[in-house]
Write a protein that binds this ligand. Sequence first.
Ligand code: NAP
Length: 357
Amino acid sequence: MKKLKVSVIGSTGYAGKELVKILVNHQKVELVHLTSSTFAGKKLAEVFPELLGRLDIRLIDMDLELIAPDSELIFTALPHTVSLEIVPKLLEKGIKVVDLSADYRLKDPLLYEEWYKKSHNQISKDWLSKVVYGLPELYYQKIKKAFLVANPGCYPTSVILGIAPLLKCKLVEPQGIIIDSKSGVTGAGKSLSLGLHFPECNENMKAYKVIGHSHIPEIEQELSNLYFGGDSQNKEGIKVSFTPHLIPLNRGILSTCYLDLKDDHKSEMEIGKIYQEFYQDSPFVRVFEPPNLPEVKFVAGTNYCDIGFKIDNRVGKIKIISVIDNLLKGAAGQAVQNMNIMSGFPETCGLNLTPTN
Ligand SMILES: NC(=O)c1ccc[n+]([C@@H]2O[C@H](COP(=O)([O-])OP(=O)(O)OC[C@H]3O[C@@H](n4cnc5c(N)ncnc54)[C@H](OP(=O)(O)O)[C@@H]3O)[C@@H](O)[C@H]2O)c1
């Protein structure tokens, strides 16, 4: 069987390592090149001893002239703003790309500049009309034909999947949405900073970027599309109040979303049916029947997004609880799901993972 030749740029980061761990077990993929600027020249198992005996490969520098001719699809797992100029160079060589950064997620280049403090150039801007936002549960058909997929952020994945059916079916008011999200520490990547040291995170919980987290425009872009349709621009669209928190876990996100139900709203049983129907063809979304609610440990180590909800009749609100593993459905797992769809493989290939806890 001819295998798809795949490389990972940024393979030693938290997301990149998860990609490698999935891809070594993927029956339809051959891993060709793995890059790292810090560890170039070392064998993979020297950097990650837990992968000893799984893949005999040496890490290399990010030399696109070397990597591109051997690769049919490349994952770029680089920090925000680093991918911006690299991605078009790969696409120009006819290689499909799944980019895990935020660089191609926002359709409006001015919004990207405002939130990420970097401007698109003409070449990267041209790709914005062709890039597909890589949330398979919403854009499966477009992902199938895509050359460039912008893999969604971790918080946005939990939030958008959590409330998509409510907005698409217009069961809730589009304004006044409040989102409270909690993330494990791997969500911040492997770079060191005092706030991420063990004594600062262990036995502690803290809110951060209480106003202005960079995932806000991505969440608003997709929620606006769901409610208003098409590629509606944020200026007239949905605005959310989003507060992220850091919690003492390695991996996992739990988002609680508060939305105002419209008058004469449906019952919990009816809403449960709407969710089941909305996600009936989505193998990685599991909807819990009230009063059951999902927990982070149900999804840790898997590509699932688990969703539960309750109606608070006293205040006319619905509360959605949505959980994912930030490194899998929030990053590497979803990226492989996108690769599977782009390559005509079964969507779940390599992703039949069971919870680790
Ligand atoms: N962590 C998550 O939960 C998560 C979730 C969703 C999306 N993402 C996104 O995925 C991307 C990677 O995240 P991460 O958490 O894996 O980050 P990370 O742990 O900081 O890893 C970043 C990787 O990029 C490489 N790198 C850094 N700067 C570079 C540069 N200037 N040129 C070339 N390579 C460079 C690093 O290489 P070396 O150290 O080997 O030199 C490393 O392999 C980010 O855009 C992030 O926002 C992460």
